[in-house]
Design a protein around this ligand. Structure first.
Ligand SMILES: CC(=O)Nc1ccn([C@H]2C[C@H](O)[C@@H](CO)O2)c(=O)n1
Length: 106
């Protein structure tokens, strides 16, 4: 895994660039991002670069512990966030909240 790169589904690009989405929730495979590092971000679908993000923190969380505050940081309602996570990581309880800050975009 290259910890200087991160992908997002294209449908979240606008929210990231506008600052409405300030966290992402990933599974065990993506817990290695290093706080303080800057990552190059591209779309999952076509690997199109669209910004740089600074990783602020990586914090373990259980799916059952997700709250409205996490949903706000994802610019979603809590039911929407839970549906998205279940779709991407079906049945996974151990997750990681990755908080980031936009550094630059195109
Ligand atoms: C594209 C890819 O490799 N993985 C992911 C995983 C998650 N997301 C988004 C979806 C939600 O907004 C949060 C919570 O998982 O992060 C994503 O865009 N790409």
């Amino acid at each position: 895994m290259d910890w200087s790169k991160m992908t997002f589904f294209e449908r979240f690009e606008a929210d990231i660039l506008s600052g409405k989405k300030t966290i992402t929730i990933r599974d065990e495979a993506e817990k290695g991002y290093v706080p303080g590092s800057v990552v190059q971000v591209s779309t999952y679908e076509d690997d199109r670069w669209f910004c740089e993000l600074k990783i602020l923190s990586v914090t373990p969380i259980k799916f059952s512990e997700l709250t409205e505050f996490h949903a706000e940081q994802e610019n979603m309602t809590l039911p929407q966030l839970k549906d998205v996570i279940q779709e991407i990581y079906p049945g996974i309880e151990s997750l990681y909240v990755i908080q980031y800050q936009l550094v630059s975009d195109h």
